[in-house]
Design a protein around this ligand. Structure first.
Ligand SMILES: *Cc1c(COP(=O)(O)O)cnc(C)c1O
Length: 402
């Protein structure tokens, strides 16, 4: 058997008629930038995220950059984020002229650790360092960060919050209104646990939420694409202008912006795919529960399953296990025809790209350990039940001999 990490072709085959019609519709309309298609998708995606506004942009990196710019962030400022993310999160900060500042993550969720954020902010306060203007929590692998704690700190220390939701389309944050024990035996919240709880979608919690529609993301275009969502109309207006040359009307420029627009073909494709996102998320979650069933008896020293935090509903963009002998496990799976990935092998503070920031090995021990041990297994929605069992069987065999 050959099992890829993601399979975009099988999804297209299932949606071919719908997608082809949408593409043909755009070509027939003769309108390729902006217009009805883009507006239609923006409205649908804003509604899906429970945010008042959505602005389509060129890609997820630009979404982050434009979000920061719309908040007035630039030279002389710093923006706090985590080291174990895709480089785009930090690049977007540098693009504004600001400097990225890292904070370590929680060892079980791999997302920003609010306690470490508080320590960093306290240290800065004592030093009289007031440069930090924003924090970018990354909803890594499809799991929302501990947002109440992060939002509380942001309020207390006067920071804006820009969510990197590039991997978390449709992920849900759950606030408990009544304290009651609820079914998180590593499997997260069951539906009957939602009662008495208020929920918000990833991206709608901070000042701005940023999404990528890179083809392999949970909601992926057939090319590059991205969006911001926000409930603050002035931010939506500012991002829309920044993404379109600072324009208020043709040849009337309020300020300098860039060219970063979601094109009509991608918007039409995304609108079709958005209609299926809920069902794909359930398929990903089903696959995750199957992995848990077939791997949960293994010694956690040899294989650690991902934790689903009680405050969120994971959408499993990636199913990431931790294995001490990662190289052997990857090679073994590869020999059996199973593709895997590492997200991410080098924490950003140790990447040559950020050498200038002066961080050293040991600065963020959790992110450093995680980078050495994480392994992403195939979990795309259309992965067959036989395929998943095949991955489990071979993984267990390899672990038995390592
Ligand atoms: C994919 C991704 C981005 C960047 O998105 P692009 O559309 O590729 O520019 C940013 N942050 C994270 C966490 C991502 O996974």
């Amino acid at each position: 058997m050959l099992i890829p990490l993601v399979d975009l072709k099988v999804q297209y085959d299932l949606l071919k008629a719908e997608i082809d019609a949408a593409i043909q519709g755009v070509i027939d309309s003769g309108s390729f930038i902006g217009g009805r298609q883009v507006e239609g998708f923006e409205n649908a995606f804003a509604g899906y995220c429970g945010a008042g506004h959505c602005v389509g942009v060129g890609n997820g990196t630009d979404a982050l950059y434009l979000a920061l710019r719309s908040l007035g962030i630039g030279h002389g400022d710093t923006v706090i984020t985590v080291p174990n993310t895709f480089i785009a999160t930090a690049e977007a900060i540098s693009m504004t002229g600001a400097v990225p500042e890292f904070v370590d993550v929680d060892e079980r969720t791999f997302t920003l650790d609010p306690e470490k954020l508080e320590e960093l902010l306290e240290r800065k306060r004592k030093r009289g360092d007031q440069r930090a203007k924003a924090v970018i929590p990354v909803h890594l692998y499809g799991q929302v960060c501990h947002m109440d704690a992060i939002l509380g700190l942001a309020r207390r220390y006067g920071l804006s919050v820009v969510e990197d939701a590039a991997q978390a389309h449709g992920s849900v944050y759950v606030r408990s209104l009544v304290q009651k024990p609820c079914g998180a035996i590593d499997g997260g919240l069951t539906d009957d646990c939602m009662e008495g709880r208020s929920t918000s979608m990833a991206g709608s919690l901070g000042d701005v939420g940023c999404f990528s529609f890179y083809p392999g993301k949970n909601l992926g275009a057939y090319g590059d694409g991205g969006a911001i969502v926000t409930s603050r109309p002035e931010i939506a207006t500012k991002v829309r202008m920044l993404a379109n040359h600072g324009r208020i009307a043709k040849y009337e420029h309020e300020f300098e912006g860039i060219n970063s627009r979601l094109d009509s073909l991608q918007a039409a494709i995304l609108k079709v795919k958005l209609g299926h996102l809920g069902e794909w998320t359930e398929m990903r979650r089903w696959n995750a529960s199957r992995y848990r069933e077939c791997l949960s008896d293994l010694d956690p020293e040899r294989l650690l399953l991902p934790l689903e935090a009680p405050y969120g509903r994971h959408v499993y963009h990636l199913f990431v296990i931790q294995v001490p002998h990662r190289h052997e496990v990857m090679e073994g799976l590869k020999e059996s025809g199973v593709a895997t990935g590492v997200h991410y092998p080098v924490p950003l503070h140790l990447s040559p790209a950020y050498r200038r920031l002066g961080y050293r090995e040991g600065d963020f021990p959790v992110a450093e350990k995680v980078a050495k041990e994480v392994l992403s297994l195939p979990i795309y929605p259309e992965l067959s039940s036989d395929g998943l069992s095949y991955v489990c069987t071979h993984l267990r065999k390899i672990l038995d001999r390592t």
